[in-house]
Design a protein around this ligand. Structure first.
Ligand code: NAP
Length: 265
């Protein structure tokens, strides 16, 4: 299927690794010019080199890197100094740490809300009017399956991402946006095989004394698909939501979790 977005410009945040990289790769393979953002330069450089060497990325597709912390005003200014008129924006940053809610002070909450709620809102604010003026736009926020099925130790994430989810549910239905082929959707990952998931499982290894194999096997056994998702399949869904064909899909929370969530909606 031709997604009909070749030649468009995408901003992909948190793009040097994991799910963000999966999205950048899938978009670049559709001939979308991509601006990749992450803080660490070596991994970012490696991600850009990988895309530039990727035979599935059409010739002439531009791959640009911006080393910046997207959760800061300075970081976002650095991105928009490179380009302002993005057709596609994938918002993403690291998730807040797990813990006990009794230990989280105001600073911990502000940090989580800044990264996982206010940063996507700022990015939407900065790009959406240009999209409306040009008559095409796609915003995909990487959130979490925890928005639908909150996990107690991830309270900072549950809270901040739920705030974003509520905001998106309203703004996506703004008639000026939806009527101008500008869509905003959230993609909700379950368990995906990335550094973040591996880090979480290393924590479980230390805590329980089990082997990594045992922790992985137990986690996979809890998922009907009996495996973790891959960044490639996450990216493919993201690219579809950014496609011409997804024009009538907006304000949705799209769960990708191998069937782990047990409910009907
Ligand atoms: P990952 O493998 O750790 O990759 C995170 C990417 O984001 C890296 O490129 C990282 O690079 C970048 N990043 C982090 N903080 C950033 C910041 N402030 N500014 C710019 N870039 C930043 O994580 P992932 O598994 O892909 O997860 C992506 C998101 O999905 C996270 O919010 C995570 O909580 C959520 N999620 C993941 C899973 C899962 O199973 N993987 C499940 C549910 C939710 P630098 O560190 O160099 O900046």
């Amino acid at each position: 299927m031709d997604l009909g977005i070749a030649g468009r410009w995408a901003l992909v945040c948190g793009a040097s690794k994991g799910l963000g990289f999966g999205c950048a790769q899938a978009l670049a393979r559709e001939g979308v010019h991509v601006v990749l953002v992450a803080r660490g330069v070596p991994a970012l450089q490696q991600a850009v080199d990988t895309l530039k060497a990727d035979a599935a990325v059409p010739k002439g597709t531009q791959v640009v890197q911006v080393a910046a912390d997207i959760t800061t005003a300075e970081g976002r200014a650095a991105v928009f100094a490179v380009r302002k008129d993005f057709d596609i924006v994938v918002t993403n940053a690291g998730g807040p740490p797990p813990g006990d809610f009794r230990d989280w002070d105001r600073d911990a909450w502000i940090k989580a809300v800044d990264a996982n709620m206010l940063t996507p809102i700022e990015l939407i604010k900065a790009t959406v009017d240009g999209m409306v003026a040009r008559g095409f736009g796609r915003i995909v926020n990487i959130t979490s399956s925890a928005v639908k099925a909150p996990i107690d130790i991830l309270g900072l994430s549950n809270g901040a991402r739920s705030g974003l989810t509520g905001f998106v549910a309203g703004v996506a239905r703004n008639r000026k946006l939806a009527g101008a082929d500008v869509t905003i959707n959230n993609l909700l990952p379950g368990a995906f095989d990335t550094d973040r998931l591996r880090g979480t499982m290393e924590g479980a290894v230390k805590k329980t004394g089990q082997t990594m194999e045992a922790v992985r096997a137990a986690r996979m056994a809890s998922i009907p698909a009996h495996r973790f998702g891959t960044p490639e399949e996450f990216g493919a869904t993201c690219a579809f939501l950014c496609s011409r064909h997804a024009s009538y899909i907006t304000g949705q929370n799209v769960l990708i979790d191998g069937g782990a969530y047990p409910g009907t909606h």
